[in-house]
Ligand binder design. Structure first.
Ligand code: ZN
Length: 125
């Protein structure tokens, strides 16, 4: 049967099938987000917060957001990619430094060992 579109069609939550209003962002019964891309994490504040915590892993929230504009998406994407690149660069740099420190440490231990003519210098610290 076809009702004329005067009356508002009831909307049901996809998870728990409770009746919800069109204006609801979340189901009042089970808390499911009713509008993908509309939760707090998809707003400017949410994305900036996520970007600070997750870095480039916040990118999906930028792309799936239906709240922020296309220019904001490009800006956030660029910023997060720069942050991601910087993180990778820092990690590589730290790894290189650690490797150099380890080599120095091993070198010192070898010197110590050679000096003492003993293998017991390992594990003394
Ligand atoms: Zn629900």
């Amino acid at each position: 049967m076809n009702e004329p579109g005067i009356m508002e069609q009831p909307i049901f939550c996809k998870r728990c099938h409770a009746e919800v209003r069109d204006t609801d962002n979340y189901c009042h019964a089970c808390g499911k987000s009713l509008k993908p891309g509309h939760g707090f994490l998809f707003t400017h504040a949410g994305i900036i917060l996520m970007g600070l915590v997750l870095g480039p892993f916040a990118l999906p929230f930028v792309w799936f957001s239906k709240v922020i504009g296309p220019i904001a998406k490009i800006i956030y994407t660029l910023v997060l990619l720069v942050v991601g690149f910087y993180l990778v660069y820092s990690l590589v740099h730290i790894f290189t430094l650690m490797q150099q420190s380890m080599q120095l440490l091993i070198g010192n231990l070898n010197d110590l060992e050679n000096g003492l003519h003993s293998t017991q210098s390992f594990g003394v610290f």
